[in-house]
Ligand binder design. Structure first.
Ligand code: ADP
Ligand code: ASP
Ligand code: MG
Length: 403
């Protein structure tokens, strides 16, 4: 069997854990599998590198940022290979470039354009475990790029797709995907099987257990994968295109995202095309806009509030100042960090009353809603950070997810 495994930051957090990972890999080698391993940087390393960059420059050049951030994964591929050698297992490390992971030029959030695999197949045929640096690729000019935060998940899924792996395992620090973040909601339950669609929605709504783009990729190439713990042998969560969903299960999970900032545009000209212009400029800057509210215009002027990821806030402010100047009107301000809490469930398509219950539960708990957004399978609201944990817990039990 050809097995692709990915180990996240906590799983390779120190040398003892790297040795445990090596021992687990050895069990697959011993049973005759060919193994490709993708590793993340040690937990905290990528964040520490970002902080260090920002002490020197508040908006560091993105090419240099990628050069810096790719270092974290290069440490762990080498150490994992060394740990395997000490167990007598043949292994070799490969950077993203050496693994032929080609991307576009969008530094810090690059998209994969092609994967050749480099000499991975040859190394496997020679009986070696191949350890690939997650999160990184290379553009057509040879510059190192990175695939967005949490991007090692994408490296693993993409390699599994291209190598036609029989098994793809995502090892992390929880036993699988739960009905809510088990660190926030103590009664959260592990979901044995789920569809790409549901996990994609959860991931996009801020449950960082899998990078959203990686789930999208898996869906596109039909890569079945399992999310499981690197600390035990319990079965995890199988993610595939169709998962059995119980008739009466309307809501499958609650997601919490504490990383949103509100941006308010005041006194913008109230005429057709203005919103289009605003969101076009943000889109071109690679900024994803989330929840939006616009009030009724008065005297030819309107106000608009929306949320962006906290990481994009200052960039959004810069872009919008320029847009306001071009529109000859409007002021921009960052109006506070908020949390987004969402309930997700494909069953919402065919059941009514979810919204009514959702808002009643929040009201009963005195939680004020600032912005709202919905789709046919989710409801999300922006609320104050202080209310976030309570909201996740009360919604989780109101929709019987702890049963
Ligand atoms: P890794 O370093 O292995 O990629 P991450 O920290 O990126 O791990 O993702 C795992 C974390 O995701 C867990 O520790 C957990 O706190 C968080 N998480 C958020 N939502 C969920 C969920 N619904 N199910 C499981 N874990 C979740
Ligand atoms: N090290 C990268 C990050 O922290 C990629 C990953 O862990 O998946 O975002
Ligand atoms: Mg992750």
């Amino acid at each position: 069997m050809l097995v692709v495994q990915k180990y996240g930051g906590t799983s390779v957090g120190d040398t003892d854990r790297i040795m445990n990972v090596a021992k687990r890999i050895k069990t697959f080698v011993d049973r005759g599998d060919k193994v490709v391993v993708v590793v993340s940087a040690r937990s905290g390393v990528t964040n520490a590198l970002i902080e260090r960059a920002k002490t020197l420059n508040s908006s560091p050049d993105e090419r240099e940022m990628d050069m810096l951030l790719s270092v974290g994964e290069q440490e762990t591929i080498a150490l994992t290979a060394m740990a395997l050698h000490s167990l007598g297992v043949k292994a070799v490390s490969r950077t993203g470039a050496q693994a032929g992971i080609f991307t576009d030029f969008a530094h810090t959030r690059a998209h994969i354009t092609e994967i050749t695999g480099g000499d991975i197949r040859q190394c496997l045929d020679d009986g070696k475990v191949v350890i690939v640096a997650g999160f990184q690729g290379v553009d057509r000019e040879g510059n190192v790029t990175t695939l967005g935060r949490g991007g090692s998940d994408l490296s693993a899924i993409a390699l599994a797709a291209i190598l036609k792996a029989d098994i793809c395992q995502i090892y992390t620090d929880v036993n699988g995907v739960y009905t809510a973040d088990p660190r926030v909601v103590k009664n959260a339950k592990k979901i044995p099987e789920m569809s790409y669609e549901e996990l994609l929605e959860m991931a996009s709504l801020g449950s960082k257990v899998m990078q959203a783009r990686s789930v999208e990729f898996a869906q596109k190439f039909n890569v079945v994968f399992e999310v499981r713990s690197s600390f035990n042998n319990e079965p995890g969560t199988i993610v595939k295109s169709e998962a059995p969903s119980l008739e009466d299960v309307v809501i499958s999970g609650v997601a919490l995202d504490r990383n949103q900032t509100k941006v308010t545009l005041s006194d913008i000209p109230d005429r057709p095309g203005v919103a289009a212009e605003i969101f076009r400029e943000l889109g071109e800057a690679g900024i994803v806009v989330d929840m939006i509210v616009q009030n009724v215009g008065r005297g030819g002027r309107a106000n608009m509030t929306f949320t962006v990821s906290k990481d994009d806030a200052s960039k959004a402010e810069k872009v919008l100042k320029k847009t306001c100047a071009e529109l000859k009107g409007g002021t921009v301000s960052l109006t506070g960090d908020i949390a987004k809490v969402s309930v997700i469930g494909t069953g919402m398509r065919s059941h009514s009353g979810v919204a009514a219950k959702f808002f009643k539960v929040l009201a009963d708990n005195n939680i004020n809603v600032q912005v709202i957004t919905t789709s046919e399978i989710k409801i999300s609201v922006g609320i104050s950070l202080e209310d976030a944990e309570v909201a996740a817990n009360v919604l989780h039990s109101a929709f019987n997810l702890d049963k």
